[in-house]
Ligand binder design. Sequence first.
Ligand SMILES: Cc1ncc(COP(=O)(O)O)c(C=O)c1O
Length: 400
Amino acid sequence: MATLQALNSADTVALFGRFVIPNYRRFPVNLVRGEGCYVWDSEGHRYLDFFPGWGCNLLGHCPPRVVQAVQEQVATLIHVPNTWHTDVQGRWAQMLAERSFGGQAFFCNSGTEANEAAIKLARLHTPKEKYKIITFEGGFHGRTLGSTTATAQPKYHEGLGPLVAGFVYAPFGDLDAVAARIDDETCAIMIEPIQGEGGVRIPTREFLAGLRRLADEHELLLIFDEVQTGCGRTAHWFAYQHFDVTPDIMTLAKALCGGLPGGALLTTREIAPSLRPGMHAATFGGNPIAARAGIATLETIEEEGLLAQAAERGAHFRRRLQALQAQCPLITEVRSVGLMIGLELAVDGAPVVEACLRRRLLINCTHTTVLRLLPAMTLTAEQVDEGCDILAEALQSLSA
Ligand SMILES: Cc1ncc(COP(=O)(O)O)c(C=O)c1O
């Protein structure tokens, strides 16, 4: 079997310097292996990962059932075009429908692709003169041009204009402002039910229910981008179930395939036929490997009782982080739903991320001052404590 000799971190960083486009800010570490809630670098250091795969590895690194399903599938059938049927894609769609609001699925490979499909479907399903989509300040929907335009954050638009026509931005949480922006050309409202990249901002149930009401009154489609919140992250299958407000279209990716690439759009049987043959496609969408990984992910969550475990671990995190807030004036707010956790700081978060990295804990900082944790559902109570102790020490070292 062909194997690649692992390089050390310094040589790997040098290789990137020469041959990889520097569009990411990367830590100077070469990660070579992952298992459960830990990853290892090429120097043999072990890191506790509270941000595994940017939220994609919701079952931890290399979850055994997903690994086994993918190994089996890769030796059987890797890819066939969507001009054929595969039972695995059909079963995956059925499992998603049974755990959400019924309906039908379109499969793709990433979150931004799922959102592009949602944007096109909203325009296709509504009368021709309707094309405008209302999205929200601080939101994040991906990096293709449509999703970037849907992302109402000027910093992501710099130098890219002209953007896609027809997006209208509203303040997150302000129902009157949304109502004021609806006109005869509006076809949809698109929102993350909890803003992730925007800093784990949690709306009220009344706000989301109000969007549902406005959508019904004005015959608009309500699109929930659950790329980050979906598939068990909030200790429900989907965040809309937490708020008891059902969208017309929901987009998924990140944790959908247990760490492998995969995306999906789910919608009702009435809306689905508007994405008619010839209007949209994804060559690799719903391929057998993604489908097997997706099925294994759902089965793992169910059979290992991970939704209940996520609720328990989420509550444990909350208790620990609120206790930390009481001692540490740098933390101004703790926000969390299940295992989607944000700590608002009074200072820049980047030095805290660095201080944690030096202590071998991986976390994220978003919107300058928000520490974001998207840990795996498989985390043990001891690992929650281990990581919270490291975080406390890192914050203490900085406040000193
Ligand atoms: C809510 C949300 N939507 C869309 C995306 C884009 O997903 P992808 O990077 O898979 O295209 C992200 C990524 O962070 C996200 O958090």
